[in-house]
Design a protein around this ligand. Structure first.
Ligand code: CO
Length: 198
């Protein structure tokens, strides 16, 4: 059975054992675009990825399943070198309520971005990286992303703030890039003037 077939089996729920960790070459490969129209299998994969994120954010389910909390997941993290990402930003947190985003993106591409940069105050983490890597991860503050949605329809979305950061982290994964690649090891907390800390 292929990796994809195993992941999308009816009874299977994606868990930490499905997620590959740094050192695995799939995380460093440029993933292939998915072909259109989207197959039933790829649609199921998207659902399973989103389900994983929701489970990981539910304290009881996460504890029972031993999941680390996550807001985004990219197919290469499941050892599938294809351009599929899922993002689930919770709306429970009042601070990011207006930034809610829950979606699967097929073949996502950044088609425009701001000159201004932004980074998260607490740095970033990744389900494929089992260690903390301190430092600011500088990204575009705003961007326009183009992707195919679950209905096979091309979408163009403008993102800013936290959701823009998360989507860039996931798009990095399909390009073989990990968050700490953006951290300057000599000066992990040094920022240019045009960077907003969020
Ligand atoms: Co990651």
């Amino acid at each position: 059975m292929s990796t994809l077939e195993k992941l999308i089996e009816e009874k299977h729920q994606i868990n930490m054992a499905d997620i590959i960790r740094e050192g695995n070459p799939t995380l460093r490969a440029i993933a292939e675009p998915v072909s259109l129209p989207l197959t039933e299998d790829l649609l199921k994969l998207g659902e399973k990825m989103l389900e994983f994120l929701k489970n990981s954010q539910d304290p009881e389910i996460a504890e029972a399943m031993g999941l680390r909390g996550g807001v985004g997941l990219a197919a290469p993290q499941l050892d599938l070198p294809i351009r599929v990402i899922a993002v689930h930003l919770p709306d429970e947190n009042p601070e990011i309520a207006e930034l809610k985003l829950s979606t699967v993106m097929y073949n996502p591409r950044i088609i425009a971005h701001s000159v201004q940069s932004a980074c998260l105050a607490d740095g970033e983490g990744c389900l494929s990286v089992d260690r903390e890597v301190p430092g600011y991860v500088v990204r575009h503050a705003r961007l326009t992303v183009k992707y195919i949605d679950r209905d096979g329809i091309e979408q163009i979305k403008k993102l800013r703030g936290y959701e823009a950061i998360v989507v860039q982290h996931e798009i990095d994964h399909i390009n073989g890039v990990l968050f700490f690649d953006h951290i300057n090891p000599q000066a992990p907390f040094t920022l240019d003037e045009n960077v907003t800390i969020i």
